[in-house]
Ligand binder design. Structure first.
Ligand SMILES: Cc1cc2nc3c(=O)[nH]c(=O)nc-3n(C[C@H](O)[C@H](O)[C@H](O)COP(=O)(O)OP(=O)(O)OC[C@H]3O[C@@H](n4cnc5c(N)ncnc54)[C@H](O)[C@@H]3O)c2cc1C
Length: 352
């Protein structure tokens, strides 16, 4: 899709750039808040600019935090499908593996979460089914062993203690549903696991019971944990206030209740309503960029104190819902004849 063309049509100024730092109070020479950006497109690569705003929406999504597990990631020893280039690379590697299988080689496929606190199980789950489909289509399934490795307590809990599916007149828990689908496809699974190291063709993992194991693979597609993209923030005097706007893992603080409390006291009301930063009310975070107040899965630790429970599921749904809410906000402000700028720095665009 030609984003530039589409965005122009709806009256938005598009700047292909990355946000580097937020100055929510401006500086000593300007009282207007702004974002420091650096152009990334072909037009002015490397050029920096301050983009002033009245309202700021941070929709920068996740940083794929491969560094959390030594050896994890497409630059190292495992593959990913978390971006277009990663998917392309994974597809090329899969093709090569299938060619070897056609020459008579067996192959072990390891698919799942690459860390005890990773989320986005759906992507790994979908990948298993796509893999099964392709291996059958290429007539090499008999030479494949597929192993799903997950930090979930139960297979199919998706980091939210599972769900119930109503199908064919029956209500089935996702644990039963997922186990049945995997068993039908001869996919084996390892649950309650934290991968702590990946080497070329070998992954090392610890289980919730504290035991450590190794598994050899020919092909591994492992989802990394997520972090915020690492934006910085400075106050008027140039002092670093990143901690006021972001949590330590880089996600933006919003109107959630971040008080540390036991799992038994977690409630739905802890979650944000307006996604507004409590200190700077004209700053919002959308989609994955906002900091959740806590996990949804019950926190669980191995005897070695290793956390092995998924981070909150980060689906496309928050982006859609938050976007819809803001569309109504947008209409409200326009109808109130507010002069308004909205700097939407998901690849920096801004509308006036
Ligand atoms: C393989 C896969 C399958 C998935 N399947 C599903 C599914 O079936 N259903 C579902 O609901 N969800 C699914 N998800 C999750 C879903 O894709 C994400 O939750 C959703 O895309 C997050 O949207 P977002 O807008 O918060 O972030 P993103 O979609 O990641 O968008 C963030 C944007 O910000 C840009 N950006 C990053 N840093 C900066 C910066 N400093 N300055 C400016 N721009 C920046 C990025 O380039 C990107 O364009 C899947 C994810 C994967 C990886």
């Amino acid at each position: 899709m030609n984003l530039r063309k589409f965005i122009k049509k709806i009256g938005v100024i598009f700047k292909q750039a990355k946000a580097i730092a937020i100055y929510p109070e401006g500086t000593q020479t300007t009282s207007k808040p702004f974002v420091l950006i650096e152009y990334t497109g072909r037009d002015f690569p490397g050029k920096k600019e301050n983009v002033e705003y009245d309202y700021l929406i941070n929709a920068t999504g996740p940083k794929l935090n491969f560094e959390a597990t030594p050896g994890l990631g497409p630059d190292k020893n495992s593959l990913s499908v978390c971006s277009a280039s990663h998917s392309k690379q994974a597809a090329q590697e899969l093709k090569k593996t299938i060619e070897n299988m056609k020459k008579g080689k067996n192959a072990v496929f390891l698919v799942g979460t690459g860390h005890g606190q990773a989320t986005c199980h759906g992507a790994a789950f979908e990948y298993v089914f796509n893999l099964d489909f392709v291996l059958k289509k290429e007539k090499v399934k008999d030479k494949a062993k597929i192993v799903f490795i997950t930090n979930e307590y139960e297979l199919g809990d998706f980091g939210m203690a599972g769900a119930h599916i109503k199908k064919g007149g029956y209500i089935t828990h996702t644990k039963t549903f997922t186990e049945s689908l995997f068993a039908e496809r001869n996919v084996s699974w390892i649950r309650r696991a934290h991968i702590y190291k990946v080497e070329s063709n070998k992954a090392y993992y610890e289980t919730l019971y504290g035991s450590t194991h190794e598994i050899e693979f020919d092909f591994a597609m492992l989802i990394p944990p997520f972090a915020g993209v690492g934006l910085k923030a400075y106050n008027k005097t140039g002092e670093d206030i990143t901690g006021n706007l972001f949590t330590s893992n880089g996600f933006m603080k919003v109107d959630a209740d971040y008080t540390q409390k036991p799992y038994e006291e977690w409630k739905a009301a802890d979650w944000p309503k307006t996604y507004q930063n409590p200190t700077y009310k004209n700053i919002f975070a959308a989609g994955i960029a906002f900091a959740p107040p806590h996990a949804i899965s019950k926190p669980m630790y191995s005897p070695n104190k290793t956390p092995i429970f998924p981070a909150p599921p980060r689906t496309g749904m928050p982006s859609a819902i938050i976007g819809r809410n803001w569309r109504s906000m947008c209409s409200f402000y326009r109808s109130q004849s507010f002069f308004w700028h909205c700097c939407f720095y998901n690849s920096i665009s801004y509308c006036a």
